[in-house]
Design a protein around this ligand. Structure first.
Ligand code: NAD
Length: 357
C-alpha cells in the first residue's frame, strides 16, 4: 500500500532543508521503488500567518491521515512576542501531544569523517554512538498548574509543575530497554532522585521495569553527573532514557559532541510506531534564506522515518550510506567544515546526496 508522508517545512531554514530531504525521498520514489506520496502542510509561524494558529485544523487532519510526518523546524523572532498559544513553537507542542508521540529517539553518532569538527579531543569522541530516549509528552512542559502570578507583596512569581505518572514512566522505560536490546544492551536512566519526588518515582518504576529485561544492564545517574559524564567520557553510554526536560538539555549537549547540531536527526514515536521526524536543531533565523544550512540532519530524519514508520530499513540504509559517501568526498556545509576546506551550500549538499544515491 502506498504510504502517505506529510511534510511540514515550517519556518526559518525549515523550507530550505526540507526541500533537500524531499529531493532525496523523490529520488528513492522514482529510482528505487519507494512507494510513497508526499503531501505538504503548515505548522508554526507560517501557519499563524496564513490561518491564525500554529497547529491549524487542516494540518491536524493531514497529520492524522498520514502514515508519518517529516518536519523542518518552526519559530523565529517574528512570532516571539505573541501570546504563548499563538507562538510558532506552541504548534510543535500541540502536534506532539495530539499525535501522542511520547518517545523521542535522538541518536548522537559521530561520523568518522567529522571527528575534527567536534570541540572535544578526537580520542574522547571517536566512534561515538549514543541513543538518547527522551520522554516527550509529559514532564514540566505539560504539567499543570503553570503560570506567572502576582503575590500580595506585588512581587511576581513564575511556576511550573514537574509531573510523571507511573504509566508514562513505564512506557518510555520499555522503549529504552527495547532500544538497548538492539544495541549494546546498556541502559542508563537519568533523573534527579536525590532532590525531586517525581524522579524518585521515575527511578523506582524504571528499576521495576528492568526485571523484564535481565539481559540489559541498567544504571542510574543524577542529571548533573550525567551532563558531566557526557562531556568527560561520552563513550561509556549506549542508551540513555530520561524525562523531557533533562532529555532536552542532555541531547543538545550530546549533539555538540558530534560536531554540529546540523547532523542530528530525531524520531518521535507513538505506541504504534507512527512518528514525527525532525532534525534536532531549530529554525536558525540567523542563517535563514542564505542557503548555508546543513540539510543532513533533515535528510537523516527522513531515513529514520523510512526505518521506524515505513518499515523500509533498506531504503533508510541507502540514505545513510549516501550521506557517508558525500562526507567521504569532502563535502561540508559551513557548520561542519574543518580548516582549509571550501564550504558547499544547502542545495549543493542535497544534490550530492541524491547523486550518491
Ligand atoms: P537553533 O537550533 O535554531 O540554532 C542554534 C545555532 O545552530 C544557530 O547558530 C544556527 O545557525 C545553528 N544551526 C542550527 N541548525 C543548523 C543547520 N541545519 N545548519 C547549520 N547551522 C545550524 O536554535 P535557537 O537559535 O535557539 O532557536 C532559533 C529558533 O528555533 C527559535 O525560535 C526556537 O524557538 C526555534 N526552535 C525550534 C525547534 C524545532 O522546531 N524543533 C527546536 C529548537 C528551537
Amino acid at each position: 500500500m502506498t504510504a502517505k508522508i506529510l511534510i511540514l517545512p515550517g519556518d526559518g531554514i525549515g523550507p530550505e532543508i526540507i526541500a533537500e530531504a524531499a529531493k532525496v525521498l523523490e529520488c528513492l520514489r522514482q529510482e528505487h521503488g519507494l512507494d510513497v506520496t508526499l503531501d505538504y502542510g503548515l505548522l508554526g509561524g507560517g501557519a499563524v500567518d496564513a490561518l491564525g494558529e500554529p497547529y491549524p485544523d487542516q494540518t491536524r487532519r493531514q497529520a492524522h491521515e498520514a502514515d508519518a510526518i517529516l518536519l523542518g523546524a518552526v519559530g523565529g523572532p517574528k512570532w516571539e512576542a505573541l501570546d504563548r498559544p499563538l507562538r510558532a513553537e506552541h504548534g510543535l507542542l500541540l502536534i506532539r501531544a495530539d499525535l501522542g508521540v511520547f518517545a523521542n529517539l535522538r541518536p548522537a553518532i559521530l561520523y568518522p569523517q567529522l571527528t575534527a569538527a567536534s570541540t572535544l579531543k578526537p580520542e574522547v569522541v571517536a566512534g561515538l554512538d549514543i541513543l538518547i530516549v527522551r520522554e516527550l509528552t509529559g514532564d514540566i512542559y505539560f504539567g499543570q498548574p503553570r503560570g506567572i502570578r502576582t503575590l500580595d507583596s506585588g512581587e511576581r512569581e513564575g511556576f511550573n509543575t514537574m509531573i510523571y505518572r507511573e504509566s508514562e514512566i513505564k512506557r518510555i522505560a520499555r522503549v529504552g530497554f527495547e532500544a538497548a536490546r538492539k544495541r549494546q544492551r546498556k541502559l542508563c536512566s537519568v533523573d534527579k532522585a536525590n532532590a525531586l519526588e517525581v524522579s524518585e518515582l521515575w527511578r523506582d518504576v524504571v528499576t521495576r521495569v528492568a526485571k523484564d529485561y535481565p539481559d540489559v544492564a541498567l544504571s542510574h545517574l543524577y542529571v548533573d553527573n550525567a551532563a558531566m559524564q557526557l562531556v568527560r567520557a561520552p563513550k561509556q553510554f549506549d542508551v540513555i532514557v530520561t524525562g523531557s526536560l533533562f532529555g532536552d538539555i542532555l541531547s543538545d549537549c550530546a549533539a555538540m559532541l558530534t560536531g554540529s547540531i546540523g547532523m542530528l536527526p530525531s524520531a518521535s514515536l507513538d505506541a504504534n510506531g507512527k512518528g514525527l521526524y525532525e532534525p534536532i536543531h531549530g529554525s536558525a533565523p540567523d542563517i535563514a534564506g542564505k542557503g548555508m544550512a546543513n540539510p543532513l540532519a533533515t535528510i537523516l530524519s527522513a531515513a529514520m522515518l523510512l526505518r521506524y514508520s515505513l518499515k523500509a530499513p533498506e531504503q533508510a540504509e541507502r540514505i545513510e550510506r549516501a550521506v557517508g559517501r558525500v562526507l567521504d568526498q569532502g563535502l561540508r556545509t559551513l557548520d561542519i567544515m574543518a580548516n582549509g576546506m571550501t564550504p558547499v551550500g544547502t542545495q549543493a549538499m542535497g544534490d550530492a546526496v541524491v547523486a550518491a544515491l
